[in-house]
Design a protein around this ligand. Structure first.
Ligand code: GRF
Length: 197
C-alpha cells in the first residue's frame, strides 16, 4: 500500500478525485495526510474523508528555505512513499526537492514542456494553440521541468474561456494522476529509473 501525502493550495478538485479513487479497496494507495502552504479550501475534502491536514503558511516565514524546511519536517512526519503535488502553487527550495526526489510528482494543466509555470491554461489560450494537454511529471528543482510520466493532448475549443478549458483539462489530469499513482504502486513505473530528461 503506497502511502501518499498530497499537497494543495486551492480547491483540491483533483485531490477529491484521488480520494474517491482510493475508496476502492483494490486501489493500492492511500492518502495519509494533506498539506498546504495556506488554509486551503481543499481541506474540506480532508474533513469529508477524515484525513489529517497540515498548513505551513508561506507568509509566516522569513524566507523560502525556512518555509521549505518546515514543510519537509511536516511531510516527513507521515513517512510517505510518495508526495503528490496537486494544485500546489509554490516552488520548493532545491534542498526540499533533493530530500524527496524522485518520490515527488506533480500534475500540470499543459502538455509539457509547453506552457510551464503557474498559468499553463491561460498561456495556452493566449498563444492561440488548437490543442494543449495535461501532464504528470517527477518534480525536479526546475519549474515543471522534471521527467514526464504521463501526458495527453486536449483540444482547445472555439469560445473556450480559461475556466472552461481548465475544467476540461482537469478531467484528464485526474485520470492521468490516478493511473500514474497506480503504475507507481504496482511497479509499472519505477521512479528511481527516471533520470532527468
Ligand atoms: C490543477 O489544474 C493543477 O494542475 C494546477 O492547478 C489546478 C488545481 O486545481 N496546478 P484543483 O485545486 O485540484 O481544483
Amino acid at each position: 500500500m503506497l502511502k501518499l501525502v498530497v499537497l494543495i493550495s486551492g480547491g483540491g478538485s483533483n485531490l477529491r478525485a484521488l480520494l474517491e479513487a482510493a475508496r476502492d479497496t483494490e486501489y493500492p494507495a492511500r492518502v495519509v495526510a494533506i498539506g498546504a502552504d495556506r488554509e486551503a479550501d481543499g481541506f474540506e475534502h480532508a474533513e469529508a474523508f477524515g484525513i489529517p491536514t497540515f498548513s505551513v503558511p508561506f507568509g509566516g516565514f522569513a524566507d523560502r528555505e525556512s518555509w521549505g524546511a518546515e514543510m519537509l519536517a511536516q511531510i516527513r512526519q507521515w513517512q510517505p512513499d510518495l508526495v503528490v503535488l496537486s494544485g500546489f502553487m509554490r516552488l520548493f527550495p532545491a534542498s526540499v526537492v533533493d530530500a524527496l526526489a524522485p518520490h515527488m510528482i506533480n500534475t500540470h494543466p499543459a502538455y509539457l514542456p509547453e506552457f510551464p509555470g503557474a498559468h499553463g491554461v491561460r498561456d495556452a489560450l493566449r498563444a492561440g494553440v488548437e490543442q494543449t494537454g495535461a501532464s504528470v511529471i517527477v518534480v525536479d528543482s526546475g519549474v515543471d521541468s522534471g521527467p514526464i510520466l504521463a501526458q495527453e493532448r486536449i483540444p482547445v475549443l472555439p469560445g473556450d474561456s480559461e475556466a472552461s478549458l481548465h475544467d476540461r483539462v482537469k478531467v484528464v489530469e485526474r485520470r492521468l494522476l490516478i493511473q500514474t499513482i497506480l503504475d507507481i504502486a504496482t511497479g509499472r513505473i519505477d521512479l528511481t529509473e527516471k533520470s532527468p530528461a
